[in-house]
Design a protein around this ligand. Structure first.
Ligand SMILES: [Zn+2]
Length: 137
């Protein structure tokens, strides 16, 4: 308090007791008196932000769990919604897939080749079965 004279200090104390002003509890800013208000606007803002941040952090897990729960409980509805979306956007979706295939032709081909190699027995068996079925017709 060396830059505030004794008089000013007394004046401040007087104004505080008259509920004209308040000194911020965290930064010593002086602001006009408002009932229950203990902090200046800057500190209030800072506190609120910190609170929001804290809330978000504490509720991130909760929010994710809530969404998961909602999805579990509305699985049919969600599935129907997706189906509806797909039906309404069939052309767009098909175009998107076509585009993806064209852009990833090599990758797709490699994937197919890998699948064939890994399932050779099964594919051959299916082919044989189809062949025999056709012969019997
Ligand atoms: Zn303050």
């Amino acid at each position: 308090m060396d830059d505030i004279s004794e008089e000013t200090f007394e004046e401040i104390k007087r104004l505080i007791s008259l509920k004209k002003i308040t000194i911020c509890e965290t930064c010593d800013n002086i602001f006009s008196y408002v009932p229950q208000k203990k902090f200046c606007d800057d500190c209030m803002r800072e506190k609120k932000n910190a609170q929001k941040r804290k809330w978000r952090e504490e509720n991130r897990e909760k929010e994710a769990a809530r969404k998961r729960k909602y999805y579990e409980e509305n699985r049919e509805k969600e599935r129907a919604r997706k189906r509806k979306y797909y039906e309404e956007n069939r052309e767009k979706e098909l175009a998107r897939k076509r585009k993806y295939r064209e852009e990833n032709r090599e990758k797709e081909r490699a994937r197919h080749r890998k699948y064939c190699e890994e399932n050779r027995e099964e594919i051959n068996a299916r082919r044989r079965a189809r062949y025999h079925a056709n012969k019997e017709k």
